[in-house]
Design a protein around this ligand. Structure first.
Ligand SMILES: [Mg+2]
Length: 183
């Protein structure tokens, strides 16, 4: 398999939308944008590190989404065991070892669940993994704030890079701001 080499551009990190949290996103706005499936990152996007959101609340949200015609699939870089345990009580499918920012996990997900790029959106708390991966797959993306501020060490490095990239994005796209929902 041949991999094309190309220069990384600022726009590779540009999210389609920026929303306060996954839990702010409404089914109505998703449907207005032709989206019926959320691909969500796990850690600090769907589930906080410190379990400050109970399983019940997450389940309620997933049920609300399903009732409104929106499917939720977890796409995580974490290992299958960790993701399996985290997602078990939530009764939603998952793809682990996604290798974000590479396109592998998202491509696999589209294929396995017979989804087109247009009907999905990738939601995640990191520009350097979730949003970059979405752009590598030419799908829409929503950058959300991390549910908990503390991060593991590798994420801290990404956070630093992220703050540099976000400053540049802000300069180029002054309207790119945190919103209550997509639009
Ligand atoms: Mg995350």
């Amino acid at each position: 398999m041949r991999r094309e080499r190309r220069v990384v551009m600022l726009d590779d990190f540009k999210p389609t939308w920026m929303v306060e949290s996954l839990y702010h996103i409404s089914p109505e706005k998703l449907k207005e944008n032709g989206i019926d499936t959320i691909l969500t990152d796990l850690d600090n996007t769907l589930i906080p590190w410190n379990n400050s959101i109970g399983t019940n609340k997450i389940n309620e949200w997933i049920r609300f989404m399903k009732e409104n015609g929106i499917n939720v699939i977890v796409v995580s870089n974490n290992n299958p065991k960790r993701v399996g345990i985290a997602v078990e009580k939530l009764d939603i499918p998952f793809v682990a070892h996604a290798l974000k920012p590479l396109n592998r996990g998202i491509k696999q997900t589209l294929k396995r669940f017979k989804l087109t790029p247009k009907q999905v959106v990738m939601v995640g708390d990191q520009l350097m993994t979730d949003i970059w991966a979405a752009n590598n797959c030419h799908i829409k993306s929503i950058w959300v704030k991390p549910l908990v501020e503390t991060d593991m060490f590798p994420t801290k490095i990404n956070r630093f890079l992220e703050s540099v990239v976000y400053k540049k994005l802000k300069k180029k796209y002054p309207n790119l701001n945190w919103k209550e929902d997509i639009y």
